[in-house]
Design a protein around this ligand. Structure first.
Ligand code: GUN
Length: 335
């Protein structure tokens, strides 16, 4: 276990064994979990290279959005560190959709490219669904193509979407059992909420949970979250879930990455180096969970930043390595 203040997070979480409020809380270290996965994946990359295939990921950015640029550059850095080849293209957001489609067609045909990622969102005049369907399903390392979504829902995923897969890895690394637990997913996005709920109800490890999906039309959200053993917050609304909405002993996974203006409270308080960098840019990152009140209730909680985010990137490299292995016909032992 990593980043712990005690060892309670390694125990199966049972509703009838919820811990008292004064029990210490495990602050889950997503960076450490991601480092372990990346180290194992680097061995897989070495095996593929030795067999004549260097995994290659192509990224396309068709946006001026600062956050999207940051995310793509973090993906590049992770690839580079692991020996994954990275091809990057930027398309001016004012260009017609056809420019993007032609680029995807070229990458589909390029044998040195095993994975293709078009950073979302794309401009309004580009139909998102058409983009996702244009990518060869074997190179669809986001797992957003309907063929890959269908395979996952049917219980035989080729690739799992990166963030929900990363959350499964976090729960496994922390010894948090999902089987028979009440899980509440807050948010129903195609990228996180829907696939997360689907993975949680699948048979097998990281699944077998009784899963509720809450969203903007849910009538009484606190009633649902208070009943949960595991809350996965992925609504994209800053600090919408606080401690009053949680039960003692709950596991809280915060997927939110919200940029909010720097508050006086934060700028006066203690900060990490990355917090300071964000503060200088005039914003701070907060999750969908109000961390301080939630940690009072939780047996384990992911911070923002440093919780789920590193796993999302690690699982993209996982899918890229898997894609290269499938396309090269070389088996590797994925972590
Ligand atoms: N935009 C926000 N998250 C993601 C993601 O996981 N994949 C892609 N392609 N775009 C995103």
């Amino acid at each position: 276990m990593v980043g712990t203040e005690n060892d309670a997070g390694s125990q199966p979480l049972l509703s009838d064994r919820r811990r008292s409020r004064d029990t210490m809380t495990t602050i889950i270290d997503g960076n450490a979990i991601a480092d372990g996965i990346r180290a194992d994946l680097t061995d897989c990359v070495d095996e593929l290279v030795a067999a004549g295939t260097r995994p290659g990921l192509a990224t396309i950015l068709m946006s001026d959005d600062d956050a999207s640029e940051t995310y793509v550059s973090m993906k590049h850095r992770a690839c580079k560190e692991m020996g994954i080849e990275n091809i990057h293209d930027e398309i001016d957001p004012s260009e017609p959709a056809e420019v993007l489609f032609e680029r995807i067609d070229d990458l589909n045909e390029d044998p040195s490219v095993h994975g293709i990622l078009v950073q979302m969102p794309v401009p309004d005049h580009v139909e998102k669904r058409a983009v996702l369907e244009r990518i060869d399903p074997l190179k669809d390392v986001d797992a957003f193509h309907p063929e890959n979504v269908g395979r996952m829902v049917a219980g035989h995923a080729r690739y799992k979407p990166c963030t929900p897969h990363g959350i499964q890895k976090i729960l496994a690394a922390e010894g948090i059992e999902t089987e028979g637990k009440d899980a509440v997913v807050v948010g129903r996005s195609d990228i996180v909420g829907k696939p997360m709920a689907n993975l949680l109800v699948q048979y097998g490890e990281g699944g077998n949970a009784t899963t509720t999906v809450c969203h903007s039309r849910t009538q009484d959200l606190p009633e649902k979250t208070r009943d949960a053993d595991i809350v996965i917050a992925a609504a994209g609304v800053p600090e919408m879930i606080d401690g009053s909405m949680l039960s003692n002993g709950v596991v809280v996974i915060d997927v939110g990455v919200n940029r909010v203006e720097v508050s006086e409270r934060r700028s006066e308080g203690s900060q990490t180096e990355s917090d300071e960098a964000d503060t200088e840019k005039g914003y701070e990152l907060v999750g969908d969970v109000e961390f301080e009140s939630a940690r009072e209730k939780a047996s384990a909680i992911t911070p923002v930043p440093g919780g789920v985010g590193p796993l999302t990137i690690a699982m993209l490299t996982y899918n890229t390595v898997k894609a290269a292995s499938l396309q090269a016909g070389v088996d590797v032992d994925l972590p």
